[in-house]
Design a protein around this ligand. Structure first.
Ligand code: CMC
Length: 391
Protein backbone atom coordinates (compact mmCIF):
# COMPACT_ATOMS: atom_id res chain seq x y z
CA UNK A 1 0.00 0.00 0.00
CA UNK A 2 2.82 2.36 -0.79
CA UNK A 3 3.39 5.08 1.76
CA UNK A 4 -0.01 4.86 3.46
CA UNK A 5 0.03 4.58 7.25
CA UNK A 6 -2.84 2.60 8.76
CA UNK A 7 -4.26 4.47 11.74
CA UNK A 8 -7.89 3.46 12.38
CA UNK A 9 -9.92 6.37 13.66
CA UNK A 10 -6.83 8.64 13.53
CA UNK A 11 -5.79 7.63 17.04
CA UNK A 12 -2.20 8.67 16.47
CA UNK A 13 -2.35 11.00 13.50
CA UNK A 14 -2.52 14.78 13.99
CA UNK A 15 -5.13 15.86 11.44
CA UNK A 16 -4.37 19.54 11.89
CA UNK A 17 -2.37 22.13 13.77
CA UNK A 18 -4.47 24.01 16.31
CA UNK A 19 -3.85 26.81 18.80
CA UNK A 20 -7.16 26.54 20.64
CA UNK A 21 -7.16 23.79 23.27
CA UNK A 22 -4.43 21.70 24.86
CA UNK A 23 -5.06 18.41 26.65
CA UNK A 24 -2.42 16.44 28.53
CA UNK A 25 -4.19 13.17 29.30
CA UNK A 26 -1.48 11.84 31.62
CA UNK A 27 -1.42 14.94 33.79
CA UNK A 28 -5.20 15.45 33.67
CA UNK A 29 -4.60 18.92 32.24
CA UNK A 30 -6.98 20.89 30.03
CA UNK A 31 -6.13 24.39 28.80
CA UNK A 32 -8.24 26.74 26.66
CA UNK A 33 -5.85 29.10 24.85
CA UNK A 34 -3.36 28.36 27.65
CA UNK A 35 -5.72 28.98 30.58
CA UNK A 36 -6.40 26.01 32.93
CA UNK A 37 -10.01 24.81 32.89
CA UNK A 38 -10.19 24.95 36.70
CA UNK A 39 -9.33 28.67 36.72
CA UNK A 40 -11.81 29.43 33.96
CA UNK A 41 -14.54 27.43 35.74
CA UNK A 42 -13.90 29.33 38.93
CA UNK A 43 -13.34 32.87 37.65
CA UNK A 44 -14.62 33.28 34.12
CA UNK A 45 -18.05 32.87 32.53
CA UNK A 46 -19.21 31.05 29.42
CA UNK A 47 -19.57 34.10 27.19
CA UNK A 48 -16.04 35.21 28.04
CA UNK A 49 -14.77 31.68 27.42
CA UNK A 50 -16.54 31.62 24.04
CA UNK A 51 -14.84 34.91 23.15
CA UNK A 52 -11.49 33.53 24.31
CA UNK A 53 -11.86 30.34 22.27
CA UNK A 54 -12.90 32.26 19.17
CA UNK A 55 -10.39 35.09 19.37
CA UNK A 56 -7.42 33.68 21.28
CA UNK A 57 -7.38 36.33 24.05
CA UNK A 58 -9.63 37.35 26.92
CA UNK A 59 -11.77 40.35 25.93
CA UNK A 60 -11.12 43.86 27.22
CA UNK A 61 -14.17 45.38 28.94
CA UNK A 62 -15.07 47.20 25.70
CA UNK A 63 -14.69 44.03 23.63
CA UNK A 64 -16.82 42.14 26.13
CA UNK A 65 -19.55 44.77 26.03
CA UNK A 66 -19.59 44.61 22.24
CA UNK A 67 -19.69 40.81 22.27
CA UNK A 68 -22.62 40.82 24.71
CA UNK A 69 -24.41 43.30 22.49
CA UNK A 70 -23.87 41.11 19.43
CA UNK A 71 -25.16 38.03 21.23
CA UNK A 72 -28.21 40.02 22.32
CA UNK A 73 -28.80 41.11 18.72
CA UNK A 74 -28.56 37.61 17.28
CA UNK A 75 -30.20 35.40 19.88
CA UNK A 76 -33.65 35.28 18.29
CA UNK A 77 -34.79 32.60 15.90
CA UNK A 78 -36.44 33.69 12.65
CA UNK A 79 -40.19 32.97 12.95
CA UNK A 80 -39.93 30.75 9.87
CA UNK A 81 -37.36 28.65 11.72
CA UNK A 82 -39.90 28.10 14.50
CA UNK A 83 -42.29 26.56 12.00
CA UNK A 84 -39.76 23.75 11.47
CA UNK A 85 -40.41 22.50 14.96
CA UNK A 86 -44.04 21.84 14.14
CA UNK A 87 -42.95 19.34 11.51
CA UNK A 88 -41.51 17.05 14.17
CA UNK A 89 -43.37 14.57 16.31
CA UNK A 90 -43.84 15.95 19.82
CA UNK A 91 -41.92 12.99 21.24
CA UNK A 92 -38.92 13.46 18.92
CA UNK A 93 -35.56 13.37 20.70
CA UNK A 94 -34.28 16.96 21.16
CA UNK A 95 -30.98 16.03 19.50
CA UNK A 96 -32.87 14.83 16.40
CA UNK A 97 -34.69 18.16 16.33
CA UNK A 98 -31.44 20.09 16.80
CA UNK A 99 -29.63 18.30 13.97
CA UNK A 100 -32.55 19.20 11.72
CA UNK A 101 -33.15 22.77 12.80
CA UNK A 102 -29.50 23.86 12.99
CA UNK A 103 -28.98 22.32 9.54
CA UNK A 104 -32.03 24.25 8.34
CA UNK A 105 -30.49 27.53 9.55
CA UNK A 106 -28.03 27.22 6.67
CA UNK A 107 -30.94 28.02 4.36
CA UNK A 108 -31.48 31.31 6.22
CA UNK A 109 -27.86 32.41 6.28
CA UNK A 110 -26.30 31.28 3.04
CA UNK A 111 -26.53 33.81 0.23
CA UNK A 112 -26.15 36.63 2.76
CA UNK A 113 -22.72 35.36 3.78
CA UNK A 114 -19.34 35.10 2.11
CA UNK A 115 -17.12 32.81 4.16
CA UNK A 116 -14.01 34.34 2.59
CA UNK A 117 -14.89 37.57 4.40
CA UNK A 118 -13.62 37.56 8.05
CA UNK A 119 -16.49 39.79 9.23
CA UNK A 120 -19.11 37.47 7.76
CA UNK A 121 -17.35 34.51 9.33
CA UNK A 122 -17.30 36.13 12.72
CA UNK A 123 -20.98 37.03 12.42
CA UNK A 124 -21.87 33.42 11.56
CA UNK A 125 -19.95 32.21 14.61
CA UNK A 126 -21.69 34.72 16.91
CA UNK A 127 -25.08 33.85 15.43
CA UNK A 128 -24.55 30.19 16.25
CA UNK A 129 -23.46 30.85 19.85
CA UNK A 130 -26.31 33.33 20.32
CA UNK A 131 -29.09 31.19 18.86
CA UNK A 132 -28.22 27.89 20.45
CA UNK A 133 -30.06 28.52 23.78
CA UNK A 134 -33.34 29.33 22.04
CA UNK A 135 -32.85 26.44 19.61
CA UNK A 136 -32.28 23.95 22.41
CA UNK A 137 -34.99 25.34 24.69
CA UNK A 138 -37.55 25.31 21.87
CA UNK A 139 -36.85 21.63 21.21
CA UNK A 140 -37.81 21.01 24.84
CA UNK A 141 -40.87 23.28 25.10
CA UNK A 142 -42.14 21.84 21.82
CA UNK A 143 -41.92 18.33 23.26
CA UNK A 144 -43.91 19.50 26.28
CA UNK A 145 -46.58 21.17 24.17
CA UNK A 146 -45.70 24.56 25.66
CA UNK A 147 -45.29 27.83 23.73
CA UNK A 148 -41.81 28.92 22.75
CA UNK A 149 -40.27 31.56 25.00
CA UNK A 150 -38.10 34.33 23.63
CA UNK A 151 -34.75 35.54 24.98
CA UNK A 152 -34.67 38.26 27.59
CA UNK A 153 -31.58 40.43 27.17
CA UNK A 154 -31.63 41.57 30.77
CA UNK A 155 -30.55 38.07 31.80
CA UNK A 156 -27.12 36.51 31.48
CA UNK A 157 -26.56 33.69 28.96
CA UNK A 158 -27.18 30.75 31.34
CA UNK A 159 -30.18 32.34 33.11
CA UNK A 160 -31.65 33.20 29.75
CA UNK A 161 -31.44 29.58 28.66
CA UNK A 162 -33.11 28.49 31.92
CA UNK A 163 -35.80 31.11 31.43
CA UNK A 164 -36.55 29.79 27.93
CA UNK A 165 -36.54 26.18 29.17
CA UNK A 166 -38.50 26.49 32.39
CA UNK A 167 -40.19 29.88 32.44
CA UNK A 168 -43.94 29.85 32.82
CA UNK A 169 -45.73 31.95 30.20
CA UNK A 170 -46.99 35.26 31.56
CA UNK A 171 -44.83 35.07 34.67
CA UNK A 172 -41.52 36.82 35.13
CA UNK A 173 -38.68 34.35 35.48
CA UNK A 174 -36.49 34.93 38.52
CA UNK A 175 -33.21 33.06 38.05
CA UNK A 176 -31.57 31.29 40.95
CA UNK A 177 -27.97 32.61 40.98
CA UNK A 178 -26.46 29.38 42.38
CA UNK A 179 -28.16 27.25 39.74
CA UNK A 180 -27.36 29.71 36.95
CA UNK A 181 -23.71 29.78 37.95
CA UNK A 182 -23.54 25.96 38.02
CA UNK A 183 -25.12 25.80 34.56
CA UNK A 184 -22.63 28.38 33.30
CA UNK A 185 -19.81 26.20 34.70
CA UNK A 186 -21.23 23.17 32.85
CA UNK A 187 -21.11 25.27 29.67
CA UNK A 188 -17.48 26.30 30.35
CA UNK A 189 -16.38 22.70 31.01
CA UNK A 190 -18.01 21.45 27.80
CA UNK A 191 -17.01 24.35 25.56
CA UNK A 192 -14.10 22.67 23.80
CA UNK A 193 -11.98 19.56 23.83
CA UNK A 194 -9.65 19.77 20.82
CA UNK A 195 -10.05 17.23 18.02
CA UNK A 196 -12.76 14.97 19.48
CA UNK A 197 -15.17 13.15 17.14
CA UNK A 198 -17.69 15.97 16.78
CA UNK A 199 -15.08 18.71 16.34
CA UNK A 200 -13.23 16.61 13.79
CA UNK A 201 -16.57 16.10 12.04
CA UNK A 202 -17.13 19.86 11.92
CA UNK A 203 -13.64 20.40 10.53
CA UNK A 204 -13.99 17.65 7.94
CA UNK A 205 -17.34 19.01 6.77
CA UNK A 206 -15.96 22.56 6.75
CA UNK A 207 -12.85 21.63 4.78
CA UNK A 208 -14.96 21.55 1.62
CA UNK A 209 -16.05 25.16 2.19
CA UNK A 210 -19.55 24.11 3.31
CA UNK A 211 -21.96 26.46 5.04
CA UNK A 212 -21.05 26.79 8.76
CA UNK A 213 -24.58 26.10 10.03
CA UNK A 214 -24.59 22.83 8.07
CA UNK A 215 -21.13 22.00 9.49
CA UNK A 216 -22.33 22.52 13.07
CA UNK A 217 -25.35 20.31 12.35
CA UNK A 218 -22.84 17.60 11.36
CA UNK A 219 -21.05 18.14 14.70
CA UNK A 220 -24.34 17.78 16.59
CA UNK A 221 -24.99 14.47 14.79
CA UNK A 222 -21.60 13.14 15.85
CA UNK A 223 -21.99 14.36 19.43
CA UNK A 224 -25.29 12.55 19.86
CA UNK A 225 -23.81 9.04 20.15
CA UNK A 226 -23.50 7.38 23.59
CA UNK A 227 -19.72 7.01 23.22
CA UNK A 228 -19.48 10.85 22.99
CA UNK A 229 -21.93 13.50 24.22
CA UNK A 230 -24.76 11.00 24.58
CA UNK A 231 -22.87 9.52 27.54
CA UNK A 232 -24.41 11.96 30.06
CA UNK A 233 -27.87 10.67 29.25
CA UNK A 234 -26.59 7.07 29.23
CA UNK A 235 -25.05 7.54 32.72
CA UNK A 236 -28.37 8.54 34.25
CA UNK A 237 -30.14 5.65 32.56
CA UNK A 238 -27.46 3.32 33.92
CA UNK A 239 -27.65 4.71 37.48
CA UNK A 240 -31.45 4.45 37.36
CA UNK A 241 -31.20 0.82 36.18
CA UNK A 242 -28.70 0.00 38.94
CA UNK A 243 -31.27 1.43 41.33
CA UNK A 244 -29.53 0.79 44.63
CA UNK A 245 -26.05 0.63 46.13
CA UNK A 246 -26.50 -3.12 46.64
CA UNK A 247 -26.65 -3.71 42.90
CA UNK A 248 -23.30 -1.98 42.17
CA UNK A 249 -21.15 -5.15 42.33
CA UNK A 250 -23.39 -6.77 39.71
CA UNK A 251 -22.93 -3.76 37.39
CA UNK A 252 -19.16 -3.81 37.90
CA UNK A 253 -19.03 -7.52 37.10
CA UNK A 254 -21.01 -6.93 33.91
CA UNK A 255 -18.70 -4.07 32.87
CA UNK A 256 -15.69 -6.37 33.25
CA UNK A 257 -17.28 -9.26 31.36
CA UNK A 258 -15.95 -9.21 27.81
CA UNK A 259 -18.95 -11.23 26.59
CA UNK A 260 -21.30 -8.54 27.84
CA UNK A 261 -21.52 -5.31 25.79
CA UNK A 262 -22.36 -3.34 28.97
CA UNK A 263 -19.82 -0.63 29.87
CA UNK A 264 -19.76 1.70 32.83
CA UNK A 265 -21.09 4.82 31.17
CA UNK A 266 -19.23 7.98 32.17
CA UNK A 267 -16.08 5.97 32.75
CA UNK A 268 -12.96 6.00 30.62
CA UNK A 269 -11.65 8.49 28.11
CA UNK A 270 -9.63 8.25 24.93
CA UNK A 271 -7.19 10.90 26.14
CA UNK A 272 -7.41 11.15 29.94
CA UNK A 273 -5.59 8.24 31.51
CA UNK A 274 -5.18 9.69 34.98
CA UNK A 275 -8.23 11.79 35.76
CA UNK A 276 -10.57 14.10 33.90
CA UNK A 277 -10.16 17.57 35.47
CA UNK A 278 -13.71 18.46 34.42
CA UNK A 279 -15.27 15.62 36.42
CA UNK A 280 -13.88 16.98 39.69
CA UNK A 281 -15.37 20.42 39.11
CA UNK A 282 -18.72 18.92 38.09
CA UNK A 283 -18.90 16.65 41.12
CA UNK A 284 -18.32 19.65 43.41
CA UNK A 285 -21.04 21.62 41.63
CA UNK A 286 -23.48 18.69 41.82
CA UNK A 287 -23.07 18.54 45.59
CA UNK A 288 -23.34 22.32 45.91
CA UNK A 289 -26.53 22.62 43.88
CA UNK A 290 -28.23 19.66 45.57
CA UNK A 291 -27.41 21.16 48.98
CA UNK A 292 -28.56 24.62 47.88
CA UNK A 293 -31.87 23.29 46.58
CA UNK A 294 -32.27 21.05 49.60
CA UNK A 295 -32.60 18.04 47.33
CA UNK A 296 -31.26 14.56 47.93
CA UNK A 297 -30.64 12.45 44.88
CA UNK A 298 -30.23 8.71 45.53
CA UNK A 299 -28.48 8.50 42.16
CA UNK A 300 -25.66 10.71 43.51
CA UNK A 301 -25.09 8.23 46.31
CA UNK A 302 -25.00 5.36 43.79
CA UNK A 303 -22.60 7.33 41.55
CA UNK A 304 -20.19 8.15 44.40
CA UNK A 305 -20.18 4.55 45.63
CA UNK A 306 -19.80 3.19 42.09
CA UNK A 307 -16.79 5.44 41.56
CA UNK A 308 -15.22 4.32 44.86
CA UNK A 309 -15.70 0.64 44.09
CA UNK A 310 -14.52 0.89 40.48
CA UNK A 311 -11.41 2.88 41.37
CA UNK A 312 -10.31 0.08 43.72
CA UNK A 313 -10.90 -2.63 41.15
CA UNK A 314 -7.92 -4.14 39.32
CA UNK A 315 -9.78 -4.07 35.96
CA UNK A 316 -10.32 -0.30 36.07
CA UNK A 317 -6.89 0.45 37.57
CA UNK A 318 -5.05 -1.54 34.91
CA UNK A 319 -6.97 0.11 32.08
CA UNK A 320 -6.75 3.57 33.63
CA UNK A 321 -10.51 4.08 33.58
CA UNK A 322 -11.70 7.09 35.60
CA UNK A 323 -14.96 9.03 35.74
CA UNK A 324 -15.15 11.48 32.83
CA UNK A 325 -16.98 14.81 32.55
CA UNK A 326 -20.28 13.07 31.90
CA UNK A 327 -20.30 10.92 35.01
CA UNK A 328 -21.67 13.65 37.29
CA UNK A 329 -23.03 16.17 34.78
CA UNK A 330 -26.33 14.30 34.43
CA UNK A 331 -26.92 14.35 38.17
CA UNK A 332 -26.27 18.08 38.23
CA UNK A 333 -28.52 18.76 35.24
CA UNK A 334 -31.26 16.62 36.77
CA UNK A 335 -31.04 18.59 40.02
CA UNK A 336 -31.60 21.73 37.94
CA UNK A 337 -34.74 20.24 36.44
CA UNK A 338 -33.43 19.21 33.02
CA UNK A 339 -35.03 16.03 31.70
CA UNK A 340 -32.64 13.28 30.68
CA UNK A 341 -33.17 13.68 26.95
CA UNK A 342 -32.00 17.33 27.13
CA UNK A 343 -28.57 16.53 28.60
CA UNK A 344 -26.83 16.06 25.27
CA UNK A 345 -28.57 19.14 23.87
CA UNK A 346 -27.02 21.16 26.73
CA UNK A 347 -23.64 19.69 25.78
CA UNK A 348 -24.25 20.68 22.13
CA UNK A 349 -25.13 24.23 23.16
CA UNK A 350 -21.84 24.57 25.05
CA UNK A 351 -19.67 22.78 22.49
CA UNK A 352 -20.91 25.17 19.81
CA UNK A 353 -18.38 27.68 21.18
CA UNK A 354 -15.60 25.18 20.44
CA UNK A 355 -16.98 24.07 17.09
CA UNK A 356 -17.24 27.61 15.73
CA UNK A 357 -13.73 28.41 17.01
CA UNK A 358 -12.34 25.41 15.14
CA UNK A 359 -14.36 26.41 12.10
CA UNK A 360 -12.87 29.92 12.24
CA UNK A 361 -9.36 28.53 12.71
CA UNK A 362 -9.79 26.21 9.75
CA UNK A 363 -10.79 29.07 7.47
CA UNK A 364 -7.37 30.63 8.00
CA UNK A 365 -5.55 27.47 6.96
CA UNK A 366 -4.99 26.56 3.39
CA UNK A 367 -4.56 22.83 3.40
CA UNK A 368 -7.63 22.35 1.22
CA UNK A 369 -10.28 19.67 1.48
CA UNK A 370 -9.61 16.92 4.02
CA UNK A 371 -9.43 13.49 2.47
CA UNK A 372 -8.66 10.55 4.76
CA UNK A 373 -7.28 7.49 2.96
CA UNK A 374 -8.07 3.83 3.56
CA UNK A 375 -6.60 0.36 3.39
CA UNK A 376 -8.74 -1.41 0.85
CA UNK A 377 -9.56 -4.97 1.95
CA UNK A 378 -12.36 -5.82 -0.51
CA UNK A 379 -12.28 -8.08 -3.58
CA UNK A 380 -9.56 -7.57 -6.20
CA UNK A 381 -10.53 -6.87 -9.81
CA UNK A 382 -13.24 -9.22 -11.09
CA UNK A 383 -15.53 -9.15 -14.11
CA UNK A 384 -19.25 -8.95 -14.33
CA UNK A 385 -20.46 -12.56 -15.02
CA UNK A 386 -20.94 -13.09 -18.75
CA UNK A 387 -23.92 -15.43 -18.07
CA UNK A 388 -25.98 -12.69 -16.38
CA UNK A 389 -28.42 -11.22 -18.85
CA UNK A 390 -27.58 -7.58 -19.53
CA UNK A 391 -30.21 -5.16 -18.23
N1 CMC B 1 -16.45 0.22 31.13
C1 CMC B 1 -15.81 -0.97 31.06
N2 CMC B 1 -14.69 -1.18 30.34
C2 CMC B 1 -14.20 -0.15 29.63
C3 CMC B 1 -14.81 1.12 29.65
C4 CMC B 1 -15.97 1.28 30.42
N3 CMC B 1 -16.60 2.46 30.48
N4 CMC B 1 -14.10 1.97 28.87
C5 CMC B 1 -13.08 1.26 28.38
N5 CMC B 1 -13.13 -0.03 28.84
C6 CMC B 1 -12.16 -1.11 28.58
C7 CMC B 1 -12.32 -1.68 27.19
O1 CMC B 1 -13.22 -2.76 27.17
C8 CMC B 1 -10.92 -2.09 26.88
O2 CMC B 1 -10.64 -3.28 27.56
P1 CMC B 1 -9.66 -4.41 26.88
O3 CMC B 1 -8.34 -3.72 26.71
O4 CMC B 1 -9.66 -5.52 27.86
O5 CMC B 1 -10.30 -4.76 25.57
C9 CMC B 1 -10.06 -1.01 27.53
O6 CMC B 1 -10.88 -0.51 28.61
C10 CMC B 1 -9.71 0.15 26.60
O7 CMC B 1 -10.93 0.61 26.03
P2 CMC B 1 -11.08 1.31 24.63
O8 CMC B 1 -12.50 1.16 24.17
O9 CMC B 1 -10.00 0.85 23.70
O10 CMC B 1 -10.79 2.78 25.05
P3 CMC B 1 -11.09 4.02 24.17
O11 CMC B 1 -10.07 5.01 24.50
O12 CMC B 1 -11.25 3.61 22.76
O13 CMC B 1 -12.55 4.46 24.66
C11 CMC B 1 -14.35 5.60 25.56
C12 CMC B 1 -12.86 5.62 25.29
C13 CMC B 1 -14.74 6.92 26.22
C14 CMC B 1 -15.13 5.50 24.23
C15 CMC B 1 -14.70 4.40 26.47
O14 CMC B 1 -13.97 4.48 27.67
C16 CMC B 1 -16.19 4.27 26.74
O15 CMC B 1 -16.94 3.70 25.94
N6 CMC B 1 -16.68 4.85 27.90
C17 CMC B 1 -18.09 4.86 28.20
C18 CMC B 1 -18.79 5.94 27.41
C19 CMC B 1 -18.45 7.34 27.90
O16 CMC B 1 -18.48 7.61 29.09
N7 CMC B 1 -18.17 8.26 26.97
C20 CMC B 1 -17.93 9.69 27.28
C21 CMC B 1 -16.52 10.10 26.99
S1 CMC B 1 -16.10 11.71 27.67
C22 CMC B 1 -17.17 12.86 26.97
C23 CMC B 1 -17.23 12.88 25.49
O17 CMC B 1 -16.26 12.53 24.79
O18 CMC B 1 -18.24 13.32 24.96
Amino acid sequence: HGLLAYDPGFRSTASTKSAITFVDGDKGMLLYRGYPIEELAERSDFVEVAYLLMNGELPTPAQRAEFDLLIGQHNLLHEQVLSFYRGFRRDAHPMAVMVGVVGALSAFYHDVMDIRNPEDRSRAAVRLIAKMPMLAAASYTYSMGRPVRYPNNRLDYASNFQQMMFGIPSEEYVPDPVVARALDIIFILHADHEQNASTSTVRLAASSGANPFACIAAGIASLWGPAHGGANEAVLKMLTDIGSVDNIPKAIARAKDKNDPFRLMGFGHRIYKNFDPRSRVIQGQARKVLAHLGKKDPLLEIAVRLEEIALQDEYFIERKLYPNVDFYSGILLRAMGFPMNMFTAVFALARTAGWVSHWLELQQESHGIDRPRQLYVGPTLRHYPAERAPR
